[in-house]
Design a protein around this ligand. Structure first.
Ligand code: HAM
Length: 412
């Protein structure tokens, strides 16, 4: 019986795993530099957590959640996003505000898989609770751009203000007025969205719905003065940043319900349909919704797989494993002591323990993804040298015994 992986999941092996680790390490390094500490929350949460935050009317909750009853009959969900669990954990652990936390981990959404869209995917996220200042929104956007620039990735920012509970109800009302008489041209999903939350129509990819939206009223004309000032401050700050390509997109609502004021996406032209490298914004009402004190909050999450698609394959250092091949018994003894020296010096290394021909040892070295092979034979032992073979180019070089460790170290 041969098993296959689930649709929309992937196995991450060798160079791809090294690239992923490099991305996570860079994110960790930069986020730490901005004063963030890591939080690790469970992958499993109660379903209601997402219904009450991500939003009962969103596609994520309606169609995409891996929700099931556990053996105790409780409704459990594999988290589709990180924010609700982080906010829950902050309140449950009585963490003091303001706080800055980052997370790295897998998320699950039952979506139609395609390039850059999986059912199990990883997010890199940051959340700041207890800060209302627009400068904090700006700081987070800078953090995102800093990561992209470190990785050599070009990205631009789509940004909007989605208002707040003071001004958004007026906008919703106007939207409903606007759609009156246009219902029959909307897709089935959007007709339902209209009843539950008219803003969700903006999430629809259907062409006829998009055409209708061309002339729809814009939220920017309904923002209260507080939301207007906040947005103006964020935009003013963004315009001062060097190398940031910015598009104020008054149709951007994001597919999640908790946003207030600032909402944005980092996008890339090189990704095709799934062009959003990450997204985020303010969610000033969520902490209160979860039973906490009124607490402003802001954050974003980036999609690892989409970033990995744009990263150079050499990122992550590539292969750096050393294989030791030997030709006879005394060379084997020398190999067995050499491997201990290399490992003590932090050089990843391995060898074959059975006597094999040099060609099969080299084949094994290749299969095990070794970057270099050290060959030890009678000649080498006599001269006090090692033959070092570059497994990519096939070039060989003699290195003196006592220089080997420092020589390999400077190769990396
Ligand atoms: P989101 O826009 O739903 O926001 O997801 C953020 C990013 O996760 C997306 O821009 C995308 O790069 C990646 N992503 C989403 N779905 C998939 C998928 N099926 N396959 C691959 N990548 C995917 C959130 O999740 C919010 N929690 C962000 C946030 C944090 N807002 C405030 N704080």
């Amino acid at each position: 019986m041969r098993f296959t992986k689930l649709k929309g999941t992937r196995d991450i092996i060798y160079d791809e795993a090294a690239k992923k680790l490099h991305l996570e390490n860079e994110f960790r390094r930069i986020a730490t530099g901005y004063g963030f500490s890591e939080i690790i929350t469970p992958i499993l949460e109660y379903t209601e957590l997402f219904e009450r935050s991500t939003g009962a009317t969103t596609d994520i909750v309606q169609k995409e959640m891996y929700a099931f009853s556990d053996k105790g009959g409780r409704s459990i969900t594999l988290r589709p996003e990180g924010t609700p669990g982080v906010v829950r954990a902050i309140l449950e652990n009585k963490i003091k505000f303001p706080c800055r936390l980052f997370y790295i981990g897998p998320m699950f959404r039952y979506e139609r898989p395609q390039k850059g869209r999986l059912r199990e995917f990883y997010q890199l996220g940051v959340e700041v609770l207890g800060e209302a200042n627009p400068k904090v929104d700006l700081e987070l956007i800078e953090l995102g751009f800093e990561l992209f620039s470190e990785l050599g990735i070009k990205s631009s920012l789509e940004i909007n203000s989605v208002g707040c509970p003071k001004c958004r109800p007026f906008y919703k009302e106007r939207l409903l007025d606007f759609f009156k008489g246009k219902n029959k041209n909307l897709c089935v999903d959007c007709r339902i969205r209209l009843e539950r939350n008219p803003l969700r129509v903006f999430d629809c990819k259907n062409e006829s719905c998009q055409n209708i939206l061309e002339t729809a009223p814009k939220i920017k004309d309904f923002l209260c003065s507080d939301c207007q000032t906040h947005f103006a401050e964020v935009i003013k700050g963004l315009k001062k940043l060097e190398d940031v390509s910015l598009n104020i997109n008054d149709r951007l609502v994001r597919g999640i319900d908790y946003y207030t004021k600032t909402a944005y996406e980092f996008v890339s032209k090189e990704l095709g349909a799934q062009n959003s490298l990450g997204g985020g914004g303010r969610y000033d009402d969520l902490v209160e919704e979860f039973g906490g004190p009124k607490t402003p909050a802001t954050g974003f999450a980036l999609g690892e797989e989409r970033i990995l698609l744009l990263m150079r394959n050499t990122e992550g250092g590539g292969r750096n494993l050393v294989f030791i091949a030997f030709l006879d018994e005394s060379a084997q003894r020398s190999a067995e002591s050499l491997i201990k020296v290399l490992r003590k010096n932090g050089i990843p290394s391995l060898m074959s323990y059975s006597k094999e021909k040099l060609t099969s040892q080299l084949k094994k070295a290749d299969q095990l993804h070794s970057r270099w092979t050290i060959i030890i034979g009678e000649d080498e032992l006599k001269k006090g040298v090692y033959t070092l073979r570059d497994m990519e180019s096939g070039e060989q070089k003699l290195v003196a015994e006592q220089e080997l460790v420092s020589y390999i170290k400077q190769l990396k």
